[in-house]
Design a protein around this ligand. Structure first.
Ligand SMILES: Cc1cc2nc3c(=O)[nH]c(=O)nc-3n(C[C@H](O)[C@H](O)[C@H](O)COP(=O)(O)OP(=O)(O)OC[C@H]3O[C@@H](n4cnc5c(N)ncnc54)[C@H](O)[C@@H]3O)c2cc1C
Length: 457
């Protein structure tokens, strides 16, 4: 019997990995990861994310080796090359079947379709699984069997399904006896903030456990960027070193199996938002082709270049926006409240096309994830599924005063404003700006808001 080739993609974990689990039940497993470097660039994914993936793979390789499973780490240019590389692996490792977990963006789906067709001709069996969402995407439909477009009924339906078929993450596969030899490792490492992000499945679970100890404070602290009040699990979820299923299951265990506590928990809702945006992508693949979800939403962008450059560099003259953008540029991550503020500022107040902001985020984020990033940008620009209403425009000043009341976060990220008092740090005077070399506001907030409301109504 031939070997079982497991193709790792965005599911870089040993536990709760359906493709790996099933393959190991069927026979001897050989695993492969193929980095498509050119494709990654075309998708604007950041160097930080690539670097984190590479280090995650090294951790995964040692976990797999403990189980007697070799992992070959290879590189190529495009998705088309990935298919050829897989065909080569099948021959080289004498495999008779291939196992992988589905990815939902359009190019990935098209690649997988092409692979299935090619392997059919070679009589190689292809086994595909849903490992990315906690609930299989085909399950969450309305009474007419149609997909949801609004979050709240989606979440209600999600909970109903979960009540009747609770989720149980898979354990790691059993040990195999094969001797590991000649593993390929083609280096594609990149720099990222190692001091902030420790790669791998073990690190992801440590982070989850630590977060769960204080999960009851999440509701009150999640909007305060100066406090580490969220889980920081997004990079791990984005590359699959932990699964959504494992997160939900761990939260339920934290509440000793009390489902009502789980369903009422704010963090649980956020994981369901992640599921919702994936479901939206699956049912509306056009959004992966630069299309708005809501085609009748007004798109009135003028692409203010000066504002866009200032936004990217964190020198818009709005301290909270600049702090947010500098956090992104320096760490590869941005707090959720600030992602909303930064996105609405660029799109609605500066009238820059949300697609440009979406692309810039992808180029910088260590957790860059097509479905969540696109969902977030389309929500903020009021073009998305269940998006904010067009008249919702977050005021940088009020948000700053409300969520960073003492200016602690601004002081950390915009050090030139460090010496300002708690009031003026949110909106320094002309003299204060001059003194420390901090820029004048790149837009006039009041007139920009008025213009946006007129154009978008
Ligand atoms: C404009 C914009 C762009 C975004 N881009 C991304 C992105 O590229 N990748 C990404 O993972 N998230 C993105 N988000 C969602 C959210 O900001 C991050 O998931 C969150 O800040 C990550 O921090 P955390 O892990 O500490 O989150 P927690 O608050 O601890 O939440 C736990 C997990 O739930 C999921 N989650 C939380 N909020 C959301 C949300 N609004 N939408 C979808 N999933 C969510 C994430 O997987 C997150 O790790 C974006 C949001 C906006 C408004």
């Amino acid at each position: 019997m031939g070997k079982k080739l497991v193709w790792f993609r965005q599911d870089l974990r040993v536990r709760d990995n359906p493709a790996l689990h099933e393959a190991a039940n069927e026979g001897e497993v050989v695993a492969v990861f193929i980095e498509a470097q050119e494709q990654r660039k075309q998708h604007h994914e950041s160097a930080a994310k690539v670097g984190f993936i590479f280090d995650t793979l090294l951790e995964l390789r040692s976990e797999l080796n403990e189980l007697g499973i070799p992992l070959h780490i290879k590189t190529c240019a495009t998705f088309t090359d990935q298919i050829s590389a897989l065909q080569q692996c099948i021959k080289e490792y004498d495999a008779d079947s291939i196992y992988f977990n589905r990815e939902y963006p359009v190019n990935e789906m098209e690649r997988d379709k092409e692979l299935v067709e090619r392997l059919k001709k070679e009589e190689i069996a292809v086994h595909q699984y849903d490992g990315d969402l906690a609930l299989e995407p085909s399950l969450v439909k309305n009474k007419q069997g149609e997909p949801y477009k609004v979050f709240t009924p989606y979440k209600k339906a999600w909970i109903e399904i979960h009540k009747h078929s609770p989720i149980e993450p898979l354990s790691s596969p059993h040990k195999q006896t094969s001797n590991i030899h000649n593993q390929v490792t083609e280096d594609f490492s990149q720099e990222y903030r190692h001091d902030l992000w420790q790669a791998g499945e073990v690190a992801a679970h440590e982070r989850l456990n630590q977060f769960l100890d204080g999960v009851d404070q999440y509701k009150d602290q999640r909007d305060i960027p100066a406090v580490a009040g969220t889980s920081f699990l997004s990079p791990y979820l984005a590359m699959g070193s932990i699964s959504a299923k494992q997160c939900i299951h761990a939260l339920l265990e934290h509440y000793d199996g009390d489902e009502q506590k789980l369903y009422g928990n704010t963090w649980f809702s956020e994981i369901v938002w992640r599921e919702f945006y994936r479901q939206i992508l699956i049912d509306n693949p056009q959004i992966a082709k630069h299309k708005a979800f809501n085609t009748s939403a007004k798109e009135v962008w003028v692409n203010n270049k000066e504002a866009f450059e200032a936004w990217k560099e964190g020198r818009t003259g709005f301290p909270i926006i600049d702090a947010a953008m500098r956090q992104l540029n320096q760490t590869g991550w941005m707090h959720n409240r600030l992602r909303m503020n930064a996105a609405m500022f660029l799109n609605k107040l500066c009238l820059v096309d949300w697609r440009l902001g979406e692309k810039y985020f992808m180029e910088k984020l260590i957790d860059g994830d097509f479905a969540s990033n696109n969902g977030g940008w389309q929500w903020c620009s009021s073009t998305g599924a269940d998006g904010a209403p067009y008249f919702r425009i977050m005021s940088p000043l009020s948000q700053s005063k409300r969520f960073d009341p003492k200016g602690d976060f601004i002081r950390k990220l915009v050090p030139e404003l460090e010496g300002l008092d708690n009031k003026s740090i949110h909106e320094p005077s002309v003299e204060q700006r001059k003194k420390v070399g901090y820029p004048e506001p790149v837009i006039d907030y009041k007139s920009a808001r008025k213009r946006a409301l007129e154009l978008l109504s």
